[in-house]
Design a binder for this molecule. Sequence first.
Ligand code: CA
Length: 249
Amino acid sequence: MNQGLERRMDQTDASTEVRARSVLVIEDDAQIRRAVRNALRDITDRLLEAATGSDGIDVAAAEHPELVVLDLGLPDMAGVDVCREIRGWATMPIVVLSARHAEAEKVLLLNAGADDYVTKPFSILEFAARVQAQLRRARTPGAPIGAVLDTQDGLTIDFARRVVTRNNDVVRLTPLEWEILRALAREPGRTLTHRQIFDAVWGRAFGNPQQYLRVHLTNLRRKIELDSSRPQLIITEPGVGYRFEAPHR
Ligand code: CA
């Protein structure tokens, strides 16, 4: 877990605590369902469970859970198909449970509309924090275009005026750096794949997104991070993409 997340969790109090009305867990492994139950017990009113992909789709359609936790290794369907099916008619956050070293699969899932993933085995605290970040994000839709985003370490992003400041000093970004920052910061807490960022910034162009992004990300971090060798705002998800860390509201 990175420092930024820990710092924010320390500061969490009753007013920033987010509770889910209902969460659906689609997972065939009873032991992992139990771990998810433990992690979410204190932040969920109702926990629904399904042991197969097709059951999961049925329960999601019937119960409209506020968030779905989706395991990739299901007996009857590929996780990515379950994700696409649910995404066809619902917008609730989908958090994927995946094995370590399954980068290609994570990319596929995020591109299919999943919002985040947690690698097994997961820590209960981190998993609960990731779920809460998604609930928070889903409840402030369309954030924060036209608004101002303040990070905990003193960076201010004014989306309407396209101005970034740190402690009132203007941070000068190139147009590409601004577009990358905007794509990430408009959805704090969400991991975007290289392809998703690339498409948002360059618009469905051909090329190797990972390579293009690496150069610009390095420059962008040098300008906006307090210590660009230990980024706290734009987090790298190795082999997958990048995530802007959500400030607490
Ligand atoms: Ca499984």
